[in-house]
Design a protein around this ligand. Structure first.
Ligand code: C2E
Ligand code: MG
Ligand code: MG
Length: 656
């Protein structure tokens, strides 16, 4: 019981040092109120001095008041100073403790001094002493109510002395005043307690709100999986880095990084392994980053970097190479090591781009180019990229305005077998734009894909190609290129099937080509689409084979019928042992998998010889023929005297 009482007393009389926010709020309130308290105290004191000047001794009316004035002015100045600049938490705690210790001394001094004046005055002056004490203590309680121990101490010191002193005068008026003051003080103490409680609660609620606000801000700016800054934070960092770079006239770079081969890993091992890889990628990036590189995750398998530190193009190349190499190092998460890659696009400020948004767009474009042409490496945005981007923008505008049925057509390039007999033609799209002239599919297909126009383009081209192919000798095959977007939804797959069925061309003579990199973007969906085309009887060729990241198991799962080895391995194959070895292994692979194999891009006799020595049978390339019109295919077929069954090229031409 006594212990509990002591504990309560200790709580009442101590400063809450475990709550710095409360201490700071108390200090702020006191620094506004205490100078006022000292002012009132001094004015009241000197008013009392004035009335007692003729009767009381000099040490009571001058010396002591002067000392007390100096003390009060010093304290008031201290509080006024700190109102302008808040000290740190330890200084605040020390200052509040000092105030608590000083209060009994100052309150005691004023009480003793005023009671000492009592014997020297007449009845009016004695009443003034009582009034001075009673009223001044109320002001003090009000001014110190944010520091409970100080207010309690002042009340206790003054009122105990007051009540005891005036009750002992045996004067009924003073005894009544003593009782009044006692009651008022009790009421004041209750109000003080309530006020202090409310004040503490308010400060704590404010602190909690601030904490929650900070937490929300942190969560809003953080990627929950990797703990890295998120897209929003990335742009904030980029903006401030940009301002700094402008002020200091320094270079700044933005990098956007996309993982290669992450999706298949996710599909194969599940999302939890995928998530752990993303976390580890974030860690590897942060280890490489250092103080001037800020890493963020934009979403999915895309990360972004803000590279400060005035890095030159060479520095960026070295950094980019290191990043790509590090992310190519195996991840040891399951029983087999997992290997992915990363492509990084970088753009620099102020060299390339003028604003944060442009810098980001250019880095993204560099990434896109890197992904298309050199996945697994770093690509720095260059002047030629800017030109390309400009061209793309013009092409995009023209493409949006193009009349699809009129401006687009197909050419055909023959595919020959080992006896140099034409066994198929590949249909290749062409765009004769009234504004831009002849535009290459390498230019407009990616744009059509990006702006969602590709499906509307595929159908008329396929219809056209099938309509013409129907007029070739029976058994002649047609190869037609599909975009990954053509396989992207059930509706687009169905509309392609409908066109094939309606054409009257034998689906068994149709090969649909899908590029390897496109397939890798969404294996399950492409797999499903391939299944539907195969059911119809069509063949499926994996185009540009060797440029993607497909593994053997993925190839097996795709139900392919043909591999088309990419042109990049064929150019100068007879001079390049590395290309020779690659093609050799790709050909062996196709044999092992019992898939047909077409080699595209044969330009010279030497290349053809080298390929024949590797056992390649089906070939295609400028060495035999460039892509030609339908009419020219008929001439080609007639000249080659390819006659399979009753077929008349002139009749075919007239019906075309
Ligand atoms: P692809 O399917 O790999 O087609 C082969 C490309 O290589 C064609 O370029 C062809 O003209 C070119 N080529 C063939 N032999 C040689 C050679 O010996 N040397 C050189 N340097 N090039 C050769 P093209 O017609 O410009 O087409 C480029 C790409 O555009 C195609 O590559 C294909 O991916 C895409 N594409 C073409 N037509 C269509 C289409 O109708 N739909 C879709 N989605 N993509 C298409
Ligand atoms: Mg092709
Ligand atoms: Mg190809």
């Amino acid at each position: 019981m006594i212990r509990k009482l002591l504990d309560t007393l200790r709580t009442l009389m101590s400063v809450p040092r475990d709550n710095p926010k409360l201490l700071r709020a108390q200090y702020r309130a006191l620094s506004r109120q205490l100078p006022l308290m000292y002012l009132v105290l001094l004015l009241n004191m000197w008013a009392l001095v004035f009335t007692h000047l003729p009767s009381a001794p000099l040490w009571l009316t001058l010396h002591i008041p002067l000392v007390m004035t100096v003390v009060c002015v010093l304290r008031a100045c201290m509080w006024l100073r700190s109102a302008r600049r808040l000290p740190d938490d330890t200084q605040i705690l020390a200052s509040l403790r000092r105030t608590n210790q000083l209060v009994p001394v100052i309150a005691g001094a004023f009480t003793c001094w005023s009671l000492a004046l009592y014997p020297y005055g007449d009845a009016y002056s004695q009443s003034q002493v009582a009034f001075f004490m009673g009223i001044t203590v109320i002001v003090c309680i009000f001014c110190m109510m944010h520091l409970r121990p100080a207010a309690l101490t002042a009340t206790l010191v003054v009122n105990v002395a007051f009540v005891v002193f005036f009750a002992s005068t045996h004067n009924p008026a003073f005894i009544a005043t003593a009782v009044n003051v006692l009651l008022v003080s009790l009421a004041m103490l209750i109000i003080l307690q309530h006020h202090y409680h409310d004040f503490t609660r308010l400060v704590n609620v404010q602190a909690q709100t601030e904490r929650l606000g900070n937490e929300n801000l942190r969560l809003a700016n953080q990627d929950s999986l990797t703990g890295l800054p998120n897209r929003r934070q990335f742009f904030t960092t980029l903006e401030s880095a940009m301002n700094l770079a402008i002020a200091e006239q320094k270079r700044l770079a933005v990098g956007i990084l996309d993982l290669d081969g992450f999706k298949p890993v996710n599909d194969l091992y599940g999302h939890s392994v995928g998530d752990r890889i993303l976390i580890m990628v974030g860690q590897r990036l942060q280890q490489l980053a250092g103080a001037t590189v800020h890493v963020a995750r934009l979403g999915g398998d895309e990360f972004a970097l803000v590279l400060e530190g005035d890095l030159s193009d060479e520095d960026l190349q070295v950094f980019g190479r290191t990043v790509c190499e590090q992310l190519h190092v195996e991840f040891l998460l399951v029983d087999v090591p997992i290997q992915i890659g990363a492509t990084l696009g970088i753009a620099t400020f102020p060299h390339c781009a003028a604003s944060a948004v442009q810098l980001f767009e250019y880095a993204d474009y560099a990434l896109y180019q890197g992904k298309r042409h050199n996945p697994g490496s770093m690509c720095l945005f260059s002047a030629s990229h800017r030109e390309q981007l400009h061209r793309d923008a013009i092409t995009e505008q023209a493409l949006r305005r193009a009349v699809l049925d009129k401006e687009f057509f197909v050419l055909f390039q023959p595919i020959l077998d080992s006896d140099s007999e034409t066994i198929a033609f590949e249909a290749l799209a062409r765009w004769e734009s009234p504004e831009l002239g002849l535009v290459s599919p390498a230019q407009f297909i990616p744009i059509a894909e990006r702006i969602g126009l590709i499906n509307r383009l595929t159908l008329p081209l396929l219809r056209q190609a099938l309509g013409m192919a129907r007029l070739w000798p029976e058994g002649m095959r047609l190869s037609f290129n599909l975009s990954v977007h053509d396989c992207g939804s059930a509706e687009s797959v169905q509309s392609i099937i409908d066109v094939i069925k309606a054409s009257g061309f034998n689906p068994a003579c149709l090969d649909l080509e899908i590029t390897e990199t496109a397939v890798m973007q969404d294996i399950p969906q492409v797999q499903w689409a391939i299944g539907r085309f195969r059911k119809l009887g069509c063949g499926i060729s994996l185009d540009d084979f060797g440029t993607g990241y497909s593994s053997l198991s993925q190839l097996h799962a795709l139900a392919l019928t043909k591999l088309k080895i990419d042109r990049s391995f064929i150019t100068g194959i007879h001079l390049n042992p590395a290309s020779y070895k690659i093609v050799k292994s790709l050909v062996t692979l196709s044999l092992d998998m019992e898939l047909e194999c077409v080699v595209e891009g044969v330009e010279t006799f030497e290349e053809l010889q080298a390929l024949r020595s590797l056992g390649c049978t089906q070939v295609q390339g400028f060495f035999f023929s460039r892509p030609v019109t339908f009419a020219e295919t008929l001439v080609w077929l007639a000249q080659a005297e390819v006659r399979r069954g009753p077929w008349d090229p002139e009749q075919a031409l007239s019906s075309a």
